[in-house]
Design a protein around this ligand. Structure first.
Ligand code: NAP
Length: 274
């Protein structure tokens, strides 16, 4: 089989949560470009979801959209049933939808704690449980791809609930890789650094933080784009990624490579940067 064929997703159906915007939309369209039909879940952005579905259809693929607040975890079995019935099968589940609040640990209310954990972790668990059960029954060697974060490995101030949810996604991923491996189902994460989307749109952060942060991104001192996340998803969804499970692909421009950032204290003669 050629390398090109290994990345071909023709005949596969993907379910992407949070497919209406940001990273999820880019992944949905990227999977469709490689031949997959795509179902997308969104919470409220109706027009954006319709536009993402249109982008998939323009590529000659089938598309479905489902409006569902993933925090309502008792409704996810029903969502899985509907999607499975409509699509006929699901080969690839991308648990991408996520959210965050920026607030100090002592300010986090029980409501905010539960909502972040419900959307970012509980929904991943329950949707994967419902979909993987059907994959096993149908004999589908499926792919589960969870959107984690660099915050699943190293914490960041003001995001205790988010950090905990993403750390949970990493260990949940390893747990499911062990239990679903015998059925030929792989489970991996994509762990982005800062990607330019709307997720932090309401964060009340000093703009100086972003310059400071960029300074510490080794790769070109830039934030990532949604397109930077697509190749990893196509790889994990395709035959090219068939022997990889329980792993993470960190897409952060190298920001986690350094412990305490030291570049700015290096003698100028040792720096090649202008
Ligand atoms: P985004 O631009 O804010 O888009 C979020 C998507 O998730 C939207 O489609 C949204 O639907 C959906 N969503 C949010 N809450 C939902 C809920 N309760 N029920 C159903 N759908 C819901 O986010 P993003 O930046 O693309 O992030 C995608 C994933 O990557 C998240 O898991 C995030 O934690 C992770 N991540 C992002 C970054 C980053 O810098 N952007 C970094 C690390 C990890 P609506 O359009 O209907 O609201």
């Amino acid at each position: 089989m050629s390398v090109k064929e290994r990345f071909d997703l023709t005949g596969k159906v993907a379910l992407v949560t949070g497919g209406s915007r940001g990273i999820g939309r880019a992944i949905a369209v990227g999977l469709a470009e490689h031949g997959a039909d795509v179902a997308m879940v969104y919470r409220s952005a109706e027009a954006e979801a319709a536009s993402a579905a249109e982008a998939v259809r323009k590529l000659g693929r089938r598309a479905w959209t489902y409006k569902q607040d993933l925090a309502e975890t008792d409704k996810l079995a029903c969502l899985a049933q509907r999607a499975w019935n409509d699509c006929g099968r699901i080969d690839i589940l991308v648990n991408n939808a996520g959210m965050a609040y920026l607030e100090r640990f002592e300010e986090i209310t029980p409501e905010h704690w539960r909502r972040v954990l419900a959307v970012n972790l509980d929904a991943v668990f329950f949707l994967t449980q419902s979909i993987s059960r059907r994959m096993v029954e149908a004999g589908i060697k499926g792919r589960i791809i969870n959107l984690s974060s660099k915050n699943g490995f190293v914490a960041e101030a003001g995001l205790a609930h988010y950090n905990a949810s993403k750390g949970g996604v990493e260990l949940l991923t390893q747990s499911l890789a062990i239990e679903l491996g015998p059925f030929g189902i792989t489970v991996n994460t994509i762990a982005p650094g800062i990607i330019e989307t709307e997720i932090g749109g309401e964060f009340d952060l000093d703009p100086a933080f972003f310059d400071y942060y960029k300074e510490h991104i080794p790769l070109e001192h830039r934030f990532g784009s949604v397109e930077d996340c697509v190749g990893a998803a196509v790889f994990l969804a395709s035959r090219a990624g068939a022997y990889m499970t329980g792993q993470h692909l960190i897409i952060d421009g190298g920001v986690l490579c350094e412990q305490v950032p030291r570049m700015q204290f290096m003698p100028a003669s040792k720096l090649r940067r202008e």
